[in-house]
Every structure is written in C-alpha cells, then in structure tokens.
Design a protein around this ligand. Structure first.
Ligand SMILES: O=C(O)CCC(=O)C(=O)O
Ligand SMILES: [Fe+2]
Length: 523
C-alpha cells in the first residue's frame, strides 16, 4: 500500500518517542496514533526497563504499542480507533500485533523491520515476525484486514537504536554501511580526550603566566562583546566580574554543598540516587575520564533542570532552594554571555537570541545542569601514592556544554587550563596555566557544544583539577566548587557547516555515556 503524505512526519514523532524512551532509561521503542488527517492523538514509549530498574513490577508487557493501545482505548471509542493509523518505530512483536488487532485500528506503519531487528539489533530469540503474516495481504481467512506500510524511515529508526547504545551490533552495522549515524558525531570530541592518554598529558606542571582575561561585563556593550570574543576564541576561558549575582546566593549554595557532602556516602546515595540517563543525582568517584582512564578523585551531585529529573533526588528543602536560586542566577548570566557571543559565533542562526532561548529551565526538554563538586581530603601518604599512580582530582577534559560557569571558593586552588591552546593539537607540547579564584569573579569557559556549533571559532579548552601539592597536604583539605553547565534543550539541532547535525539531547547523552559507561545497565 502506498504511504500517505503525513506518514513520514508521524513516523518521525514515533522515532522521537523511541529516543525519549531510552533517555528515560527504557528500551528504545516508541509509537504514536494518528487520525485520518495525520493529527497525532496518542503518543507512547516503552516502559519495561524503567519499571524493573526503578523497583517497579518488572512488567514485561509495557511495550510502546501496548501502552498506546491501552491509552487509545481510554480516549477513543471503537469507531474512532478504526479511522486511525498506528505508527511504531519498530515492527511490532507478536504480543503487540495481537493488541493492535483487537484495538480495531485499520492501518499500521512501522520504521525498522523485524528482519533488521533480528539481524542487527537483538539477534534471534525475540518474538517478532513479519506482521504481514498476521494481517495484511497474507492474513488468515476471516480475520480483519489491516493495511501495513513499512519499513519507513528505517535508517532513522536504526540510528535511534544505535544512539541508545544498547545494541552493539547496530553500531557495527551502521558504521560499516556508512549511514549517517549521529552518535558518531560526538565521538570526535571524546577522541580528543582519549588521545591525551597516549601523549603523557599528566606530567607537565602548570605555569603561572595568566592568560585568562578578567572581563567586567558592566562596560559598553560593543567593548564587552569584543573582549568576550577575543577570550572565547583564543583561550576559551575567562573570568567575568560585574555579573550581578549576589554573593549570598553563591555563599548559600556552598553552605548547603558542605552540609550535604559532610554526610556518609551511603546517606548521600540514598538521598539522591544517581541516574546516568538523566544526568542527575549523587555519584562517588565514578566518573571515568577518557583522558586518564581513571575515576576522578571527587564526588558530585548533579541537578539537571528538566521536569522529573530530580524527583526523589533532592536531598532536602534547604538544598533545593539554595540550588534552584543559584541555578536561576547562573542561567540568566549564561544567557547574557551567550547573547553577547551569538552574533559572531553563530552568524548562520537567523533569529537573534535563539541560542540563549534554547536553554529552558525545568521544561520537559531542558538540559542545563548545576553540579556541586567536592574533592575529598586524604592523608598525605595516600595523596602522594595516588599522584604517582596518575590520578587527578579531575582528569583533563573539555566540557560538553555551550558555556560553563564555575564558582570557586577563594581558598581553593587547583584548576588549570591549557596554556597554549590552538597550538597544542599539532605539537602535543602541553603547557598548563592556573585558573585561580578571582575576588567577585566567576570563571567561564566555552564547551564543546558551542565549539561544534560555531565550527571551531569558539574554543573549548582542556582543563583539569590537580591533586594537592606537597605544601597543601597538612592538614588534609577539601576542595569545593560548583559548575553550571548551559546546555541547549534536548531537541535543539546543533547544525553547522563542518559537522553532522546532532540534537543537543543525543550530544549530551553520548558524552555522559563515554564518562559513565558502567552506570548504564540495561536488562
Ligand atoms: O572543580 C573545578 O574547578 C572544575 C570542575 C570541572 O571542570 C567540571 O566539573 O567539568
Ligand atoms: Fe570541566
């Protein structure tokens, strides 16, 4: 049967739902129901994995199509359902095919075929067949005919499967077939960090020649813009003063941070369980940097400002109110800086202000993250041994964000950025410069998302947090910092001349995965 004019549009939404499913920790399957004019009436995602992992019932029937049929029966009568088409990102299994049959829908369109599912995703052992054997041209005598269209947009459907990271065979298949696999795009940035391991990055000590400019952003707009541009394109790091964030908002957040981290690891885990797929919650020495292959000597609690991410993950009310206040203030400042950088950074973005507008707080699509960091103290002998074994408080990395705002306490040194960026990529002669706290200043750095979006005009510089020096070992001291990562909303398309387009959601997920691989467990 021929596709209809709106079939592709509806299929794209079903594939989107598949992506949302895996971002929510479930298997990557999605489905939608549309009326005869292509208006989407119901959307559904797979919910199986989440229910098992979050201590639910482990219900294995929560396939996207089952969820969709259940909801369709609630919102439409039989007559209404008969006029509808069901779109599913992957050809239904036998269980779902049955439910679809009983629902009365007259048409099914699928993305990825059962044949592909078996050949390049799950392997044999599923309960999937060509649904035309059940309904459509080969249906058994007496059963109702259901029109079947598919595969449709199969490559897009496969890419969503590959991006989910749960089907290694699918990656291999797409790599071999040179398909436009978007997750590969972010691999370039991960490669930069990995390559440092080979080049002996850790050994060069930091030099003291300040190259990180301090910019008072209260000045004339044109002048401020020029200074920010020079800093963002040459060093990728700068300190802003005159930013307007009240000191008590910052102090309150640090006070709550210190309260939270003073508890036992078990208590912290219980109060804010880590969810890698939501980039939220508390982790303890589990972020493995591609540059070192070792876990950072730190603990952190990540607050991702997206609806639902922090449900059951706020340690207490005081922490919540201090961190949302700082999130709000940091977000406004980040938007201001992005607005000032945008005209030259993204000349191809037509609508001015679209960069900062792509950072919504607490929407269902938001990705901005506030991260409280604590680098625990340790006895002298331990630190010396760890240093010798190549450990870092934070191994060299670039940030994933558009921009990062870093709040440092006056007494905490240790952050270093690459002193000779732009040159170093070829020479491998790494030099490092200290990025120390500046009174009333907030450190800002460009991240990979904006570097990619601007085709490298803005520079995402490597940085790291060193272990304490000998003179800093007695008494053993903590280091605290707070980072705000301004990251575009999940659906934002990062489109530039030199790189494959990728959504900001896929971009962040592939970076989270490269750092927290061990935390992704699928059934
Ligand atoms: O703690 C710091 O100073 C830096 C933290 C950092 O670079 C990060 O979390 O990305
Ligand atoms: Fe960083």
């Amino acid at each position: 049967m021929p596709p209809r004019s709106y079939d592709e549009e509806c299929m794209k939404v079903a594939i989107d739902e598949a992506r949302n499913a895996y971002l929510n920790g479930c298997m990557p399957f999605g489905a939608v129901l549309a009326d005869e004019n292509g208006n989407i009436i119901v959307r559904a995602q797979n919910g199986s994995a989440a229910s098992a992992r979050r201590g639910g019932t482990g219900d294995v029937t929560l396939h996207a199509e089952m969820e969709l049929v259940r909801e369709a029966c609630r919102v439409l009568d039989r007559e209404g359902r008969e006029k509808c088409t069901l779109y599913t990102s992957t050809e239904p299994c036998v269980m779902c095919a049955g439910a679809i049959y009983w629902s009365g829908v007259s048409r099914v369109v699928y993305g990825c075929s059962s044949m592909q599912l078996e050949a390049n995703l799950s392997g044999p052992g599923g309960f999937d067949i060509d649904i035309r054997l059940l309904y459509g041209p080969y249906s058994r005598e007496g059963t109702r005919d259901i029109e079947v269209v598919g595969p449709l947009l199969e490559e897009e459907a496969l890419i969503a499967h590959a991006d989910s990271g749960i089907w290694p065979k699918c990656r291999e298949y797409l790599e071999k077939n040179n398909a436009n696999w978007k997750a590969v795009a972010a691999q370039d940035d991960i490669q930069v960090e990995k390559s440092l391991r080979i080049s002996g990055l850790g050994s060069a000590p930091a030099v003291d020649d300040a190259i990180v400019p301090i910019i008072d952003i209260r000045g004339l707009e044109a002048e401020v813009m020029e200074k920010l541009w020079q800093a963002a394109t040459n060093v990728g790091f700068f300190v802003v003063t005159g930013h307007g964030i009240p000191q008590n908002v910052i102090d309150d957040a640090f006070a709550e941070s210190s309260n939270f981290f003073s508890q036992s690891v078990e208590d912290k885990k219980e109060q804010s369980p880590f969810a890698a797929n939501l980039n939220s919650g508390y982790e303890y020495m589990s972020q493995i940097r591609p540059s070192t292959g070792l876990a950072d000597r730190k603990e952190s609690i990540q607050i991702t400002a997206r609806e639902g991410c922090m449900d059951g993950r706020w340690p207490n009310d005081a922490f919540k109110s201090a961190s949302t206040a700082l999130m709000e203030a940091a977000h406004s400042l980040a938007c201001k800086i992005l607005d000032l950088l945008e005209p030259r950074a993204l000349p191809h973005e037509i609508e001015r202000g679209s960069l900062s507008k792509s950072h919504t707080l607490w929407s269902d699509d938001g990705q901005c993250t506030l991260r409280f960091l604590h680098y625990p103290p340790a006895p002298r002998a331990d630190i010396i041994r760890l240093r010798e074994d190549g450990h870092w408080r934070a191994g060299a990395h670039t940030d994933w964000a558009n921009v990062t705002l870093l709040f440092q306490r006056a007494e905490d040194k240790g952050l270093e950025c690459c002193a000779n960026p732009r040159v170093v990529a070829e020479s491998k002669d790494y030099r490092w410069v200290e990025v120390n706290p500046v009174e009333w200043g907030i450190t800002v750095n460009i991240g990979d998302m904006l570097a990619r979006w601007s085709d490298g005009r803005l520079y995402s510089n490597l940085h790291r947090v060193r272990m304490p020096k000998d003179a800093e070992l007695d008494p053993p001291r903590s280091r605290f910092s707070i980072a705000f990562f301004a990251q575009s909303d999940k659906k934002t398309l990062i489109k530039s001349q030199d790189s494959e387009p990728i959504t900001a959601g896929d971009y962040i997920m592939s970076r989270v995965r490269s750092n927290f691989e061990a935390n992704f467990k699928y059934p």
